[in-house]
Design a protein around this ligand. Structure first.
Ligand code: GLU
Length: 417
């Protein structure tokens, strides 16, 4: 997948600057929010299967905790760097505030390529990384979760490692765990489900039916595959999807449940019956009504924003659109549901998981789904009203809501000492 190196931290700070300007935010609060509260950089020495020792580098950035403990995923990817992790932590702060979760924002990352690691190596990296994080994570401090290339089994190892270090089981230290060790029903598909709810809401507001709408989804991981499945279930016609191996198209609509079945066997979307291959640029700029970027940052840029045919974009990924591209899309009247709203379903069900762990009382799937829908629809309505009131894009409106809530908490708490 094309991944032009636009610095995500510059992007995140530019978005904050614009929100602060629109809110006429007290400059001292703006200054405070530009910086992460705490950053931990760790070396992760690991015995590889061939007997050699390799040192991996990892980070955990806690951007803000004014509204509660820090919350955010852990990413395992070769392109992880400190600026990316810091930007992702900032976005978590605003995201949690937009959906009114009692959390601040954090993110973690380890520079590694899981596709080149054995299960044993992956487990040893995860366990050593978790141990290094021991002092700063915990249910009342900072609660990691899955992100790009991390999943429920990795969260299970994190939960076990932290529990072993503490001497008792601490299920609430991470979310996105397997059900058997305190995970929540509905967490695996929560982000994709939330993306689908937001897509439905945008369509309703614009009076454009989702039924029959042509949808392209970039990325077929945990977010993209479930978003595609839910949108397909709601009657949307998914005409194109892509993954790390490339993209596929079928103008009549792809059979998403069957594609998911293929991916579970072959780990790739390529070669799906009835589809033709397309590249990443074609996926983004090809014919469709709705585009769901659900892969990495900086995919929609000044270079391709003018060529995008979709009139609706719903950001499943974090930071897929650069600020320059935002300007171009806004001029072209493309309606964009921003990441900090559109993909907040994941952290919302993470919050439910944490609440269930703390209470040791677990909810039924129906309850999770209906609570998730209520939170997503309410947040969407608040963002939509804000954008109408101030005549700004949905991204600006969501940023204004998120930043204002965090700034208000910071102001009430005051400056220590
Ligand atoms: N990694 C997800 C995100 O970017 C989920 C974070 C969480 O559940 O804490 O929102």
């Amino acid at each position: 997948m094309a991944h032009t190196k636009i610095n995500p931290l510059e992007m995140a700070r530019e978005q904050l600057r614009q929100a602060a300007e629109r809110l006429k935010l007290d400059p001292s609060l703006h200054e405070k929010l530009k910086y992460p509260k705490r950053t931990l950089e760790v070396a992760i020495p690991v015995k590889m299967d061939d007997g050699t020792l390799r040192v991996f580098e990892g980070y955990r950035v806690q951007h803000n905790m004014d509204r509660g403990p820090a919350k955010g995923g852990i990413r395992f990817h070769p392109s992880v760097d400190i600026d990316e992790v810091t930007a992702l932590a900032m976005w978590m702060t605003w995201k949690c505030a937009v959906v009114r979760l009692p959390y601040g924002g954090a993110k973690g990352g380890v520079i590694c390529d899981p596709s080149k690691l054995s299960q044993g190596e992956l487990e040893r990296i995860t366990r050593r990384y978790t141990s290094e994080l021991k002092l700063i994570i915990g249910p009342e401090k900072d609660i990691p979760a899955p992100d790009v290339n991390t999943n429920a089994s990795i969260m299970g190892w994190m939960m076990d490692t932290h529990s072993m270090n503490m001497g008792y089981s601490v299920p609430g230290v991470v979310t996105g765990k397997p059900l058997e060790v305190g995970g929540s029903r509905g967490r695996v598909d929560a982000t994709g489900q939330g993306v689908a709810y937001v897509t439905e809401q945008v369509c309703l507001k614009l009076g454009k039916p989702l039924q029959g709408a042509r949808v392209a989804v970039q990325g077929f991981g945990n977010v993209g595959s479930h978003a595609a499945r839910c949108i397909h279930q709601m009657g949307g016609k998914v005409v194109a999807v892509s993954d790390v191996h490339g993209g596929i198209r079928n103008e009549d609509g792809l059979d998403i449940p069957r594609l998911i079945e293929q991916v579970s066997k072959t780990r790739s979307i390529i070669g799906f019956p009835g589809s033709r291959e397309c590249n990443n640029e074609e996926l983004l700029t090809g014919d469709c009504d709705i585009l769901v970027p659900a892969a990495l940052e900086s995919q929609i840029t000044a270079q391709n924003a003018a060529a995008i045919k979709a009139s609706i974009i719903v950001e499943g990924a974090n930071g897929p659109t650069t600020p320059e591209a935002d300007v171009i899309l806004e001029k072209r009247k493309v309606v964009l549901a921003p990441d900090i709203l559109a993909n907040a379903g994941g952290v919302t069900v993470s919050y439910f998981e944490w609440v269930q762990d703390i209470q040791s009382y677990f909810w039924e799937e129906d309850e999770i789904r209906s609570r998730l829908k209520t939170i997503m629809v309410n947040a969407f309505d608040e963002v939509w009203s804000m954008s109408q009131k101030h005549k700004v894009s949905l991204r600006s409106a969501a940023m204004m809501l998120g930043v204002a809530r965090v700034a208000e908490a910071a102001k009430i708490r005051g400056l220590y000492p």
